[in-house]
Design a protein around this ligand. Structure first.
Ligand code: SF4
Ligand code: SF4
Length: 279
């Protein structure tokens, strides 16, 4: 049986919020019978775009993480609801019945991803519906996916075995697998949001000024084990990414023929630019 999943590529997301606006356009002022009541105009985010800045000048990057409801296969919101007010459809979509869910604020509290919202005006919990009303009428993708100009969002309607194959071949991750809810929203390049890096530049002195050391070898060691090995680029720059935040002490060995090897120690908490290593 085919089921819906979303794949979100963090490296492609530019934080333009087109997905967020498309969601507003589809749901604010529109109730979709049996699927959802109107989304509030303000203060509601059925797809939330989180932002993370990494590094220090001059090596900085920014990643955006779109987070809708994960349409979990083992959803805690379903368990928290009474009267079957939240249910999972055979096509993978998790929906809140707007009538049965009236007054059930626990449904919002139960979601470990914070995907549910309380609509105070209507007195109902709400969340992303995966635009089930559109998919049911033949749309091939929800509004947010259609609106994404960079192709960062992708919807798939495939057999679970095919989704498993895609997840493995594209090295997809889910957010917080430790929650145990089996999300159907997958992420590509999520290291851009969850992990950190060590970067730096290598130079040497020539005729009284600094020259970029292209082709210098940089080895990254942790507890005596090699964790990375790279060469500097034309500008003498190097980067090890991804690394785990707060993962302790690392040692960088920087070498170039004709120069003495330089050692740099790093206590890694978050992304760090070690500056220019002068050989
Ligand atoms: S992300 Fe939260 S609201 Fe969505 S299905 Fe999972 S538990 Fe339910
Ligand atoms: S799938 Fe539909 S309801 Fe869910 S975030 Fe995208 S536009 Fe909003």
């Amino acid at each position: 049986m085919k089921r819906w999943s979303l794949v979100i590529d963090v490296e492609r997301c530019e934080g333009c919020h087109n997905c967020f606006l498309a969601c507003k356009d589809e749901h604010v002022g529109n109730a979709w019978k049996g699927i959802s009541l109107e989304q509030p105009k303000h203060g509601s985010e059925w797809i939330r775009i989180l932002r993370k800045e990494r590094g220090q000048f001059p090596v900085i990057d920014v990643a955006y993480l779109p987070t809708p409801c994960m349409h979990c296969d083992d959803p805690s919101c379903v368990k928290a609801a009474t009267n079957g007010a939240v249910y999972k459809r055979s096509d993978g979509i998790v929906l809140i019945d707007p009538e049965k869910a009236e007054g059930q604020r626990d449904i919002v509290r139960a979601c470990p991803y914070g995907a549910g919202e309380w609509n105070a005006e209507k007195g109902v919990p709400q969340k992303c519906t995966l635009c089930a009303h559109l998919l049911d009428s033949g749309w091939k993708e929800p509004r947010c996916v259609q609106a994404c100009p960079t192709g960062a969002l992708r919807s798939l309607y495939v057999e679970d075995s095919e989704m498993k194959r895609v997840a493995e071949s594209e090295r997809l991750d889910v957010l917080h697998p430790e929650y145990g809810t089996s999300p159907r929203v997958y992420y590509r390049n999520v290291f851009r949001f969850l992990c950190c890096f060590i970067s730096g530049s290598v130079a040497f002195e020539k005729d009284g000024h600094a020259e970029c050391a292209e082709g210098a070898r940089v080895i990254l060691l942790k507890d005596g084990q090699r964790r990375g090995d790279t060469m500097t680029d034309t500008y003498g720059d190097f980067k090890f990414d991804p690394l785990e935040e707060n993962s302790g002490r690392y040692r960088l060995e920087v070498s170039l023929e004709g120069f003495e090897t330089k050692i740099i120690e790093v206590d890694l908490k978050t992304s760090i630019h070690v500056g220019t290593v002068m050989l």
